[in-house]
Design a protein around this ligand. Structure first.
Ligand code: FCB
Length: 449
């Protein structure tokens, strides 16, 4: 057995998001979010599932922190429900909401687990959506107000802050394809959303710097590995467009202060409105980049392929099947993504803020899940990350998605992503085989092959 050691101080974490686990959707003064509204509409979510109760983490939080401590996590990434803190999105503060996160942060620190807080993991206050949501330029100030309140309350104890989780998903699944909240289908709104998310990120970073808080701040992007389906020039160019629209659209303004120009020609009338000074606000130094990596896809030209005339299909490395999301499994794709960031965006300090997989997970008669497929998946991706680190990639931590089985957005409760199984009828938590495996990885700071 060979042990692949990770650098000393490497962070071992797991991640969740408020709407996916908390439940208590209307308790203790919490306001309505766009996900509350969306899931309460018929035909939006598989099986009509909704996050009203989810994993009941709002009530079971102390128990969940004990679980994390048993796993030996050195960090935990979670998001705040904006509507617990500002029920109408701005103005009146709900102290009970802030108190909940205050208790969570203290419990984590007591268990030696560094908090990684995501400010926006998609659950925008519904009251703000009624004013146009992220399409309204005022969203920059709404987010700044919220960020400031949270920094003031938790900034003395939180080690890592992510402003937004996956702006691409918010913009395209929420505002262009309408399959996520707020359920809008309009490309102009989607690109404007991207621009305002980036601006609000920049503004929050500015506020964070002004406050001299002790932690680090960054943003989390979903970066898939795109490969051209064939060697033809049309497919190569299609792949470039898909890349520009996913990665370049965010990485270029963040790290280089401009948007991908060729992509913008394809967008035509859907280009966002950009005011002078905007790109400078976006292009501010961040302390880390959060990378969410799940899959690889082959991209080709297709004349019915929407605005960009592209289509894509999942790619798995030989011997790997697909996850229950239908996503291709290709651990080497993670290395490709990390090397791209090193070679083309100045080798930023990074955390792998999400990586994981959904599989059917059949429990035995005691409710135990022997999820060897998940272990194989995680091990292979960690080895790819290890190889990337060996080439000089500045990856300093890894968070499994997810700590718990939870509400997987439009797919409801069917996909199981957790290291820990949740029996939704009893809310019992049952660590899976992968949880025991991960505990071992953490205690050795190494992956055994
Ligand atoms: C990511 C999301 C996360 C979870 C995983 C499977 O896009 O950030 O909330 O749904 O996918």
């Amino acid at each position: 057995m060979i042990l692949q050691k990770f650098p000393t101080g490497f962070l071992w974490g797991a991640a969740t998001a408020a709407y996916q686990i908390e439940g208590a959707w209307n308790e203790d003064g919490k306001g309505e979010s766009i996900w509350d509204r969306f899931t309460h509409r018929p035909h939006t979510i598989l099986n009509g599932d909704r996050g009203d109760i989810a994993c009941n983490h709002y009530h079971l939080m102390p128990e969940d922190v004990s679980l994390m401590a048993q796993l030996g996590l050195s960090s935990y990434r979670f998001s705040l429900a904006w509507t617990r803190i500002l029920p109408a999105g701005k103005g009146q503060i709900n102290q009970q909401g802030l108190d909940f996160y205050d208790r969570l942060v203290d419990k984590l620190l007591k268990a030696n687990i560094l908090p990684h807080v995501t400010l926006n993991h998609w659950d925008l206050p519904q009251a703000l959506q009624e004013e146009g949501g992220w399409v309204n330029r005022d969203s920059i100030n709404w987010f700044a107000e919220y960020a400031q309140i949270v920094f003031e309350r938790l900034g003395d104890r939180v080690s890592f802050w992510s402003t937004h989780n996956e702006p691409w998903v918010i913009a395209f699944l929420g505002y262009a394809h309408g399959i996520f909240a707020p359920g809008i289908a309009n490309f102009s709104q989607a690109y404007q959303t991207i621009h305002h998310l980036l601006l609000s990120h920049g503004k929050a970073v500015q506020i964070f710097r002004q406050g001299n808080y002790p932690g680090e701040i960054g943003i989390v992007l979903n970066l898939e590995n795109y490969q051209p389906k064939t060697k033809t020039e049309v497919d190569r160019q299609a792949c470039q467009r898909a890349y520009d629209n996913l990665a370049g659209l965010l990485l270029q303004p963040l790290f280089q202060g401009d948007y991908p120009q060729q992509l913008f020609q394809w967008l035509g009338q859907h280009q966002p409105v950009i005011a002078s000074g905007d790109l400078a606000l976006i292009n501010q130094p961040i302390d880390f980049l959060g990378v969410n990596y799940y899959s690889t896809s082959a991209v080709s030209f297709h004349h019915h392929g929407g605005l960009l005339k592209t289509t894509s299909q999942p790619v798995s490395a030989p011997g790997w099947g697909k996850t229950s999301m239908g996503w291709g499994i290709n651990p080497a794709g993670l290395k490709t993504v990390l090397l791209d960031l090193k070679d083309n965006y100045g080798n930023p300090k990074m955390y792998l803020t999400e990586n994981g997989c959904a599989f059917p997970d059949f429990p035995d008669s005691r409710g135990f899940v022997a999820d060897w497929e998940r272990i194989n998946f995680l091990r292979a991706h960690l080895l790819a990350a290890h190889q990337a680190i060996a080439t000089g990639v500045k990856l300093q931590g890894y968070y499994v998605w997810s700590l718990l089985d939870n509400f997987e957005w439009a797919s409801g409760y069917q996909p199981k992503f957790g290291l820990v199984r949740v029996d939704y009828s009893t809310q019992q938590r049952i660590p899976k085989q992968s949880a025991y495996w991960y505990r071992e990885v953490i205690s050795q700071n190494a992956v055994a092959i």
